[in-house]
Ligand binder design. Structure first.
Ligand code: ADP
Ligand code: ZN
Ligand code: ZN
Length: 740
C-alpha cells in the first residue's frame, strides 16, 4: 500500500550511535513501502554516512522540510528488533540517561551495527541420496554406527555438521562410510536446523531433592507470566540442576530461554552440561567469540531457531521471537554492571525485560546481593532456597586462624602450613586465596623510607619479581625493578607486603615435590591458559592452587578439601559501604570451592581481627544472617537499597576544571532546595590521581527512586547546554556499584 501524498512528507526519525541525547530526522523515500521501526537504515551524516536505527515514522519535524536530507538506503526490509525490544531499549536509555542511539547500537553484534546484511551463514551438511532414501536400515545391521546414522537422516532429512556434532561428537566416521556407499551426499545448508536430533549422549534430569523440586515447581508454574524469583542456594546445592529442569519445561512449551552468567570462563563448563542434557540448539554469546560467531548466535535467536542462549551481560538485549524465561546465575556478581560507557545493570534490565514480555525471571546465588535480598524480604521476589548441598556433599567448615603475634612465612602461619602438609599427605588438593597479584605491593628503602610511587597515580608501584619490573596496577605503567634507592643510593630496598608471586616462591621451596598452579591475571594472560589450568586442576594434575578473585567464580574443584584465605583483614576496613557485602560474598564463594564431592572441606581464614562481627557472623551463622544484619545497618544509615544513588564522575589533567564542572551541576541540583535530595560533593574520588588525571565526583542520593530520576531529568538537558571544557571527561552512573 503506497502512502497518500500529502503536503508534509513522510519523515524517518532515527537513532544514531553518537553521544548526543537526540534523535535525527530524514526524509523517507516516497516511492516504496515505508519500513518499520526496528529496521536499520543508512543515512548521510556529517561528511559521511552511518547506520541508523528507525524508531519512529512521522509527518512532523521541528526541522524545516527543505533542510531535511533523504536517507541513503533501507538496509532491512523487515525489522530486526520487535516493538517490545525497542520498548526495552527506550526504557534503559531513559533510566540510565544514556543516548538512545548508543543503547540501540549496543544491542546489535558489530557487523550489523556497521550495516552488514542480516543473513545466517550457510554451512556444510549432508543429505541422503536416492539410494539412501530407499535403503532399509536393516541392511546395515552389521555396522550399528552406520545404521544409526542412516536412520537419523531418514527421520530428520538434511543435517548440518554442527547439528551432527550435537547428535554425536564422533559422527565423522559414519558419515564417511555412508558417503563411500553413496547413501549420503554433501550439500550446503543454512546453519539453523529447525529440529535437532536427540543427542546420543543426552542424560536425563537428576531426581531432585525436596528443595530442588519445590524451586523447579515454583518457577515452572510461573511460565507465561511475569514474576521474579530469588533462588538462594548454598554453593553446591544444585542450582544448575534446578535451572536445567525449569529450562526443560520452557523448551517443552516451545519457549526460548536466556541464561546469563557473569564470567566468560564459566561458559564452556555450563555449555557442556547443557549440551549433555538437552538436544536443543544452544547459542553462545560473549566477547571472546569472533564477530561472525556472535552474529550467527544473535540471528539464530532473533529468527527463533536458537532455543537456549547462554551469554554474558551483553547478551541481554538479543532480540528473540519467543523468549519465555530469563535466568541470571550468580546474580550478586558485579560484572553484571557495565563499568564504562553505557553503565547498565544486566540484572535490573533483565527484570524490566521480563516485565515487558510478561515472563518469569530467575535470579540465583549462594550470596545474593543485598538489593535482591531486600526485594525478597519485602515479598517483591519469590524467595526460593536450597539450604543444603546436593547429593552427599557436606557443607564446608569455616574456621579462624588468629595470626596476632604469630610468626608468618610469606604470609602463611605455622598452623596453616601444618594443615597444608596434612592435606597434601592425604593426596587432596589445597586452594589458597590471596587477592593481590605480583610479588609485593610496596618497594621501600630500609635506610631512608623512600617508597616506589607511580608518578601518574596516587598509588604505589607493585613489584613483579619474575619480570623484574615495577608495575602500576591502575595506569599500567611499567619500569625496571630498581636495585638501589634513588633517594639515598643505598642498596637497602626491600619488598613489603604479600602478592601471589611471593607466596608461590615460598610454596615452590617448601613443597618442591608438589605441583603448584597459580591463577591470576598475570599467569593467565595467554589465550586458553586459564582453561588449560582449570583442566589440569580437575584432572588432579595440581596439588596446590593459588590465586586471586578468579578462584571465587563458580568453578568446581572436586578434590579440594582445604581452602585458606590468607589476608582477610585487607577487606575489613574499606571506606566503601558495599565492601563488607563484597567481602562476605568473596569468603563464602571461595569457601564454596572446598569439599564439593564426597570429601568434606575445611576453610581457614587468617586474620588479626578474630572478633570482627562480619567474620563471627559468617562462622557462627551464615551468609543469610550476615545479609539480614547488614541490611539493618544500611537502613539505619539510609544507604541503598533504602535510598537510591547516582554518581557524576569528572576528570581532567587540571583538578580545577573537574571540580568546577561538578560544582555547577551541584548548584543546579540544589535549586530549588529540596530536602528529599541529598547532593553530596563534589569530592575527590577515593583515588584522586589516576593516569595523570584528577578524578572528582558528585553523589546524588534520594529516598525515592522517582525523586532521583526527576532530578536527573532536569539536570541532563541543562548539562547538555553547558560549555564543558574539552579537557574534562565526565560520566553519569545510575545505581553505581562502587564509588571509585
Ligand atoms: P550449584 O550450581 O548450586 O553450585 P550444581 O548444580 O553445580 O550446584 O550441583 C553441584 C553438584 O551436585 C553437581 O555435581 C551436580 O551434578 C550435583 N547434584 C545436583 N543436584 C543433585 C541431586 N538432586 N542429586 C545428586 N546430585 C546432585
Ligand atoms: Zn633510601
Ligand atoms: Zn599509575
Amino acid at each position: 500500500m503506497a502512502h497518500p501524498s500529502t503536503a508534509s512528507p513522510l519523515i524517518y526519525r532515527v537513532a544514531l550511535p553518537v553521544p548526543l541525547h537526540k534523535l535525527f530526522d530524514y526524509l523517507a523515500p516516497d516511492t516504496i513501502l515505508p519500513c518499520q521501526p526496528g529496521c536499520r537504515i543508512e543515512v548521510p551524516f556529517r561528511t559521511g554516512s552511518k547506520t541508523a536505527f528507525l524508531v519512529e515514522i512521522t509527518r512532523h519535524s521541528t526541522v524545516a522540510t527543505d533542510k531535511l536530507k533523504p536517507i541513503n538506503r533501507i538496509i532491512d526490509e523487515q525489522p530486526l528488533l520487535a516493538a517490545i525490544d525497542l520498548q526495552l531499549l527506550h526504557w534503559v536509555a531513559n533510566y540510565y540517561h544514556h543516548p538512545l542511539g548508543e543503547v540501540i547500537s549496543s544491542a546489535f553484534p558489530v557487523g550489523l551495527r556497521q550495516g552488514k546484511t542480516a543473513t545466517l551463514p550457510r554451512e556444510k551438511g549432508y543429505r541422503l541420496t536416492e539410494l539412501g532414501e530407499s535403503t532399509a536400515s536393516g541392511q546395515l545391521r552389521r555396522t550399528p554406527k552406520q545404521k544409526g546414522m542412516l536412520e537419523l537422516f531418514q527421520q530428520h532429512g538434511p543435517l548440518t555438521e554442527s547439528a551432527l556434532s550435537v547428535w554425536n561428537s564422533h559422527w565423522r566416521g559414519g558419515a564417511k562410510a555412508l558417503l563411500s556407499k553413496q547413501l549420503l551426499t554433501i550439500t550446503t545448508l543454512e546453519v539453523n536446523p529447525t529440529k535437532l536430533p536427540v543427542a546420543e549422549t543426552s542424560t536425563g534430569d537428576l531426581p531432585g531433592n525436596a528443595h530442588q523440586q519445590a524451586a523447579v515447581a515454583a518457577v515452572s508454574r510461573q511460565l507465561g507470566r511475569f514474576g521474579v524469583s530469588l533462588l538462594e542456594g548454598v554453593t553446591g546445592s544444585g542450582k544448575t540442576e534446578v535451572y536445567m529442569q525449569i529450562i526443560r519445561s520452557a523448551l517443552a512449551q516451545n519457549m526460548q530461554v536466556l541464561v546469563l552468567i557473569p564470567e566468560i570462563s564459566l561458559t564452556p563448563q555450563l555449555e557442556q552440561r547443557f549440551r549433555q542434557r538437552f538436544s536443543a540448539n544452544i547459542a553462545v554469546s560473549h566477547s571472546k567469540l569472533t564477530n561472525p560467531q556472535r552474529q550467527t548466535a544473535w540471528l539464530q535467536m532473533q529468527q527463533g531457531y536458537g532455543q537456549i542462549m547462554l551469554g554474558t551481560r551483553s547478551a541481554l538485549f538479543t532480540p528473540m521471537k519467543n523468549l519465555g524465561l530469563i535466568i541470571l546465575d550468580e546474580e550478586h556478581d558485579s560484572s553484571y554492571k557495565q563499568q564504562e560507557g553505557f553503565r547498565f545493570s544486566a540484572r535490573d534490565a533483565a527484570i524490566i525485560r521480563g516485565k515487558l514480555l510478561n515472563i518469569p525471571v530467575l535470579l540465583g546465588s549462594a550470596t545474593p546481593s543485598l538489593e535482591s535480598f531486600y526485594n525478597a524480604q519485602r515479598g517483591r521476589y519469590q524467595w526460593l532456597s536450597l539450604p543444603e548441598r546436593a547429593g552427599d556433599a557436606l557443607a564446608p567448615q569455616l574456621q579462624i586462624i588468629d595470626i596476632r603475634n604469630k610468626p608468618l612465612q610469606e604470609g602463611l602461619s605455622e598452623a596453616l602450613l601444618k594443615e597444608i602438609d596434612n592435606t597434601l599427605a592425604k593426596q587432596e588438593q589445597v586452594l589458597l586465596f590471596l587477592n593481590r597479584r605480583g610479588f609485593a605491593p610496596t618497594l621501600i628503602c630500609h635506610s631512608c623510607g623512600w617508597v616506589a610511587h607511580c608518578p601518574s597515580c596516587d598509588a604505589n608501584l607493585v613489584i613483579h619479581a619474575k619480570q623484574q619490573q615495577l608495575q602500576c596496577h591502575h595506569c599500567g605503567k611499567q619500569q625496571r625493578l630498581l636495585q638501589q634507592c634513588p633517594a639515598c643510593q643505598h642498596n637497602a630496598l626491600t619488598a613489603l607486603g604479600l602478592g601471589t608471586e611471593r607466596v608461590e616462591y615460598l610454596l615452590e621451596q617448601r613443597y618442591a615435590d608438589y605441583r603448584i598452579v597459580r591463577l591470576d591475571r598475570d599467569s593467565t594472560q595467554r589465550k586458553g591458559s586459564l582453561q588449560k589450568y582449570l583442566a589440569q586442576i580437575n584432572l588432579g594434575q595440581a596439588d596446590i592452587i593459588l590465586g586471586t578473585q578468579m578462584l571465587a567464580k563458580g568453578h568446581h574443584f572436586a578434590n579440594v578439601t582445604l581452602v585458606a584465605i590468607l589476608d582477610v583483614d585487607s577487606g575489613l576496613f574499606s571506606i566503601d559501604f558495599r565492601s563488607p557485602e563484597k567481602l562476605a560474598q568473596l569468603i563464602v564463594q571461595v569457601a564454596g570451592r572446598a569439599g564439593r564431592a564426597e570429601k568434606p572441606g575445611r576453610v581457614m581464614l587468617q586474620t588479626r581481627h578474630p572478633e570482627h562481627p562480619l567474620l563471627t557472623t559468617l562462622i557462627q551463622a551464615d551468609y543469610h544472617s550476615f545479609a539480614k544484619r547488614s541490611l539493618a545497618e544500611r537502613q539505619q544509615a539510609g544507604l541503598p537499597p533504602y535510598s537510591h544513588q547516582a554518581l557524576f564522575r569528572a576528570s581532567a589533567t587540571d583538578a580545577e576544571l573537574a571540580t568546577a564542572f561538578l560544582e555547577s551541576i551541584a548548584q543546579l541540583a540544589r535549586q530549588p532546595f529540596n530536602p528529599a535530595n541529598q547532593i553530596l560533593g563534589p569530592t575527590p574520588a577515593p583515588m584522586k590521581k589516576r593516569a595523570g588525571r584528577y578524578h572528582h565526583q558528585l553523589l546524588l542520593q534520594c529516598k525515592q527512586r522517582q525523586d532521583l530520576h526527576k532530578l536527573l531529568d532536569t539536570l541532563m538537558p541543562a548539562i547538555a547546554k553547558f560549555k564543558i571544557p574539552a579537557k574534562v571527561r565526565w560520566s553519569l552512573d545510575v545505581d553505581p556499584l562502587d564509588l571509585y
